[in-house]
Design a protein around this ligand. Structure first.
Ligand code: NAI
Length: 380
C-alpha cells in the first residue's frame, strides 16, 4: 500500500468551495488508477481567517510545527489582511520553510480562448527563484533617515552618486541561491525529458546580480551536469542550456513559444513572466503552482481569495485541482495525474464551465463550482 500524508490549508474566500470541488476528483483519480493500493491521507492545518476564528492567530504554532516535518502540503488562497504590521501569510510560509523555487507549468487546454494565434505551442515550466532579489524587502522610503544614511555611505565610501531624495531598494543575489534554483530546473528537465533549460536574466544591465545568476547557472551546469547538459552552440548531447535577456525573452515566448521549455529565472523576472505566459494560454483559472524547498513541496492555487465571488458557487476549482495533479506527478503517481488531465480536457470540450472560463469560450454554458467538480468527476 502506497500512502502519503498531505497537509492541507483550506484558505480564505473561495478556498473552502474550490477544495470541496477539487479534492474528490483527486481521490477518485487515485482510486481509478490504482484501486485501493494508493491513498492520500489528508490532514487539515489551520491558517488564515479560519485559524484566527478558532485560535486567535492567523498562523498558529501547531500549523508551523506540522509543516516543519511535512513533505507534502497543499493550500487554497490566503487573504493578506490590509494593515500595518501584518506580513503576507504566503510570504511568511515561503520564508520560514525556505521554499526557494516557485514552479509553474504553463500549458494550453484546448477550447479556451487565448489572445494569441497558437496557444497550443506554449508548453513551458517556469522555475522562479523565490527568496532573493528585490523581494528581500530591504527598502527605504524617499526622504527617510535610513535612505539618506545609505545614500551618504554610498557616496562617501564607494563614490556612487545618488540623488538625496531617492527611495532606495537593495537587490541581493547569491551564487548558492541562484545555483539551487537552476539545479531544480535542470533536474526537472532531465527527469521529464525536456529539451532545454533557458536562464532568463537582465545581466546586460545588472551585471553582478542578474549577470551573476546567468554565470552561476552555467557554472553549476558545467560542474555538476557534464555529459547530461550541453551549452547552446557547443557540441555534445543532452539537455540544451542557454540564456536569454528578459526583454528579448518576453518577445520570444510570444513569437516562438515552441523554442522554449524549462525556464529558470530570478524572482522579479519570474513574477512577470509567469503571469504573462499564463495569459497566453487563457489566464490564471487553470494555472497550478508549487513552492518547493529541499524538504517541503507546498502546492497551491495560484489565484487569490476572489472576495467578490466567495460563497457564491462561482469559483473555478481548476487551479487547485491542477496543483494537486502536479503533486501526484511529483510523487510519481503519474497515471492518476494523467486521468485528471484527460478529464479536464474532456470537461472543457463539453463546454459546461465556471463563469471565468465561460467568458472565454464560445457557445459555453455556465455552471457552478460544485457542478463543475461533479462534471470533472464523471469525466475521469
Ligand atoms: P484574486 O486572484 O483573488 O482575484 C482576481 C480576479 O480573478 C477576480 O476578478 C476574481 O474574482 C477572479 N478569480 C480568482 N480566482 C478565481 C477562480 N478560482 N475562479 C473564478 N474567478 C477567479 O486576486 P486579488 O483580488 O488581487 O486578491 C484578493 C486577495 O487574495 C488578497 O487578499 C490577496 O492578498 C490574496 N491573494 C492570495 C494569493 C495566495 O494565497 N496565493 C495570491 C493572490 C492574492
Amino acid at each position: 500500500m502506497a500512502e502519503k500524508t498531505v497537509y492541507y490549508i483550506e484558505g480564505d474566500g473561495i478556498g473552502p468551495e474550490v477544495w470541496k470541488a477539487a479534492r474528490p476528483v483527486l481521490d477518485a483519480a487515485i482510486a481509478k488508477a490504482y484501486g485501493d493500493t494508493h491513498k492520500l491521507n489528508w490532514e487539515e492545518l489551520l491558517a488564515g481567517e479560519k485559524a484566527f476564528n478558532e485560535t486567535g492567530e492567523h498562523l498558529p504554532q501547531a500549523t508551523m510545527d506540522a509543516l516543519s516535518k511535512a513533505e507534502l502540503a497543499m493550500k487554497g488562497p490566503l487573504q493578506t489582511p490590509v494593515g500595518v504590521g501584518f506580513r503576507s501569510l504566503n510570504v511568511t510560509l515561503r520564508q520560514v520553510f525556505d521554499l526557494y523555487a516557485c514552479i509553474r507549468p504553463i500549458k494550453y487546454f484546448k477550447g479556451i480562448e487565448s489572445p494569441v494565434k497558437h496557444p497550443e505551442r506554449v508548453d513551458m515550466c517556469i522555475f522562479r527563484e523565490n527568496t532573493e532579489d528585490v523581494y528581500a524587502g530591504i527598502e527605504y522610503q524617499s526622504g527617510s533617515k535610513e535612505a539618506r544614511k545609505l545614500i551618504e555611505f554610498l557616496a562617501d565610501e564607494l563614490g556612487a552618486k545618488i540623488d538625496l531624495s531617492a527611495g532606495i531598494g537593495i537587490k541581493p543575489m547569491t551564487p548558492s541561491g541562484s545555483k539551487r534554483l537552476v539545479k531544480k530546473a535542470i533536474e526537472y528537465a532531465l527527469e521529464n525529458d525536456k529539451p532545454s533549460v533557458t536562464l532568463v536574466h537582465k545581466g546586460n544591465i545588472m551585471k553582478h546580480t542578474e549577470g551573476g545568476f546567468r554565470a552561476w547557472g552555467y557554472e553549476l551546469a558545467e560542474n555538476e551536469y557534464k555529459g547530461k547538459v550541453v551549452r547552446e552552440g557547443e557540441k555534445g548531447e543532452g539537455v540544451i542550456i542557454n540564456d536569454r535577456i528578459a526583454d528579448a525573452m518576453f518577445q520570444n515566448v510570444l513569437m516562438y513559444p515552441e523554442q522554449y521549455s524549462v525556464i529558470a529565472t530570478t524572482n522579479l523576472n519570474g513574477d512577470y513572466i509567469s503571469d504573462a505566459l499564463a495569459a497566453q494560454v487563457g489566464g490564471l483559472g487553470l494555472s497550478p503552482g508549487v513552492n518547493m524547498g529541499d524538504n517541503l513541496a507546498f502546492f497551491e492555487a495560484t489565484h487569490g481569495t476572489a472576495p467578490t465571488i466567495a460563497g457564491k458557487d462561482l469559483a473555478n476549482p481548476g487551479s487547485l485541482l491542477l496543483s494537486g495533479t502536479m503533486m501526484l506527478e511529483h510523487i510519481g503517481w503519474t497515471e492518476a495525474a494523467h486521468l485528471i488531465h484527460n478529464a479536464v480536457e474532456k470537461t472543457l470540450a463539453g463546454k459546461k464551465v465556471t463563469i471565468d472560463l465561460a467568458s472565454q469560450m464560445a457557445d459555453s454554458t455556465q455552471v457552478g463550482t460544485q457542478e463543475f467538480g461533479e462534471i470533472l468527476l464523471s469525466n475521469l
